[in-house]
Design a protein around this ligand. Structure first.
Ligand code: ADP
Ligand code: MG
Length: 256
């Protein structure tokens, strides 16, 4: 087994124009970890996930995902930008689940899940379908194979979206506030699928305001503010006895 960290960021910086959204992130994430990232709106949480998934190009520092330098190839002392094709291949290492479910509206749950495996991974359709049925069963939606997104609740759509990401067999799953757009009564079913996924040993980075979930499932919690990691550590420690005033203030604001 590869014992290198699955994500390694060194002095990672990202700006939007003159605004610096990430001001030098140093972080290692090990395989099998469930890292929950918390922090106020605008602190750079989504930007960090988007850099890992190469939806953004970083402006400084370096980032390795799954053992590879992201976006570049090093030859001797020189760095060369990767081609679109190589970047697309690198991106397959990560699966991402967004706040909004982004399912294809004209495709059924099953068709949504087999799209990537068939089109991108060139899997045989019968095999992709069998896998997709298994994934739908895993997220508790075996009976919704043929339903269109409009026929599914938000929670069910998000569970299909998780199945769709898993169908690409990623090494790392990223979740960006996966329950924030859901009605409160639908949050639990999505968290429950994520909890099961964590139990299988999947490496997960989860941006969430669900502190109860973080406390129960996270191997580590990271608090971000203003483009920096303010503190990180075991969930119980960061959530119950944070060392930084900013973390304390944020946690009490979320809980109140
Ligand atoms: P979070 O997910 O923690 O709420 P984001 O990573 O989305 O924060 O954003 C961090 C900061 O970067 C915010 O101030 C946001 O306004 C800014 N930002 C994010 N995306 C863009 C963009 N595409 N263009 C300009 N500014 C952006
Ligand atoms: Mg965000």
């Amino acid at each position: 087994m590869d014992m290198n960290p699955i994500v390694k960021a060194v002095g990672l910086r990202k700006s939007y124009g003159a605004f610096e959204a990430l001001k030098g992130i140093d972080l290692e994430i090990d395989r099998g970890e469930v890292l929950c990232v918390i922090g106020p709106s605008g602190s750079g949480k989504s930007t960090f996930l988007r850099c890992i998934n190469q939806l953004e190009v970083i402006d400084g520092g370096a980032l390795w995902v799954n053992g590879e330098l992201v976006g570049y190839r090093r030859t001797g002392h020189k760095l060369y930008e990767l081609s679109e094709r190589e970047i697309a291949r690198q991106r397959l290492a990560t699966g991402m689940v967004f706040q909004r479910f982004n399912l294809f509206p004209h495709k059924t749950a099953l068709e949504n899940i087999i799209e990537g495996p068939v089109q991108v991974l060139k899997q045989e359709r019968t095999q992709a379908e069998a896998d997709a049925r298994e994934l739908l069963a895993r997220v508790g939606l075996a009976y919704k194979c043929d339903a269109y997104p409009v026929e599914l609740s938000g929670g069910q759509q998000q569970r299909v979206a998780i199945g769709r990401a898993l169908a690409m067999k990623p090494s790392l799953m990223l979740f960006d506030e996966p329950t924030s757009a859901l009605d409160p009564e639908l949050v639990g079913e999505v968290l429950s699928v994520m909890r099961d996924l964590a139990r299988t040993g999947m490496t997960m980075v989860v941006v969430t305001h669900e502190l109860g979930f973080a406390r129960e499932v996270a191997s580590r919690v990271l608090f971000m503010d203003q483009g920096q990691v303010v503190e990180g550590g075991p969930a119980a420690q960061v959530l119950s006895s944070p060392t930084q005033a900013r973390t304390r203030d944020f946690i009490s604001a979320v809980l109140s």
